[in-house]
Design a protein around this ligand. Sequence first.
Ligand code: ADP
Ligand code: ADP
Ligand code: ZN
Length: 213
Amino acid sequence: MKIILLGPPGAGKGTQAANIVDTYGVPHISTGDIFRKNIKEGTELGKKAQEYINQGKLVPDELTCGLVASRISEDDCKDGFMLDGFPRNIFQAEYLNKYLTENNVALDKVINIEVDSELLIERACGRRICKNCGATYHIKFNPSKKDGICDVCQSALTQRPDDNEETVSQRIQVYLSETKPLVDYYTEKNVIANINGNQDINKVFEDIKAALA
Ligand code: ADP
Ligand code: ADP
Ligand code: ZN
């Protein structure tokens, strides 16, 4: 299965990606996670990406597109993959489309998670992540069992530096101007499934499974 997860920052893409991996076993390719790993490891890419990420801007396409193409050309993506956070603008979507066409690969579904903008800031600012295993929590909507400790691996939870109100607002603006046009782009290609992401986490996943069935 070849899937794209689309939606504003804080919509629940990463959370649902974990559910989709558990159920369908497809590799999860998150450009945000790849950038954060590079920042943590202090690579050249990490250094370049960091300044954009901290300002809530998109990392330039030249640093992003090739990275995704080489990742989906790996062996484990032969039978399927799930892109989370890519594409994020029309240029990236056209780039991906060209790559897939040249390699005779068809997308099965673009899962578009729609969430009212009033909810997004609270979701992103209350997000806590495990730096060790990548699990995602929310202080109010999806708390870990022990305060500040990951349920999966017992490591300490942290807050992403870009999950503050100012940067999240900026990211929402970038979403509206650059990423939202992809909803029309994929609607025209007849591969989109619009999912009501205002519901609780389990109900959102039920709707995603129905859309993928
Ligand atoms: P969220 O899921 O909250 O929207 P991500 O983890 O997907 O956040 O992305 C974090 C940041 O990484 C973005 O704000 C952006 O700066 C950068 N980023 C991630 N994916 C892309 C992409 N496809 N193109 C450009 N920048 C990206
Ligand atoms: P994205 O990857 O789209 O930025 P996440 O999956 O990281 O979003 O979710 C953002 C925050 O909102 C996390 O703290 C997560 O636990 C929480 N969250 C995700 N889905 C829901 C939901 N349906 N209802 C309430 N909170 C949610
Ligand atoms: Zn963990």
